[in-house]
Design a protein around this ligand. Structure first.
Ligand SMILES: [Zn+2]
Ligand SMILES: [Zn+2]
Length: 123
């Protein structure tokens, strides 16, 4: 089933995540950009970039692409929907809130604060 994502929907979902993070006391960094179909480092190249998982976040401040979220999927509408399929996006956004934590305690608190406690329980 295809979903169409409007920029308004994306802005609404992101604003909601940012509000939750802020009220939980996280220092909120904004999302610099979203790369679909591969890593931001591979944009304008024939490569997809290094990818081990379905998505990753650039959350090292020394990274020139700090704040980017990269997804292998090419369909943002599958990542962010008002119907609630936002878990993967929230998972990666939580990495921006907890730089250097991996899937550790601080990241688990972040993803839980965003409203996705089930993510924190995954191994
Ligand atoms: Zn990337
Ligand atoms: Zn992760």
């Amino acid at each position: 089933m295809a979903d169409r994502l409007s920029l308004g929907t994306y802005a609404e979902v992101l604003a909601n995540l940012i509000a939750r993070a802020a009220s939980a006391g996280f220092r909120v960094t904004s999302v610099t950009g979203i790369s679909l179909g591969g890593c931001v480092e591979a944009i304008d190249t024939p490569r997809r970039g290094a990818f081990r998982r379905r998505a990753h976040a650039h959350n090292d401040r020394r990274d020139p692409h700090f704040g980017w979220l990269c997804f292998l999927s090419t369909e943002l509408g599958r990542l962010i929907t008002l119907a609630g399929r936002t878990a993967l996006f929230a998972h990666e956004f939580a990495h921006l809130l907890a730089p250097g934590s991996g899937h550790g305690e601080r990241w688990r608190r972040a993803v839980t604060a965003l409203g996705y406690p089930a993510q924190a329980r995954r191994p």
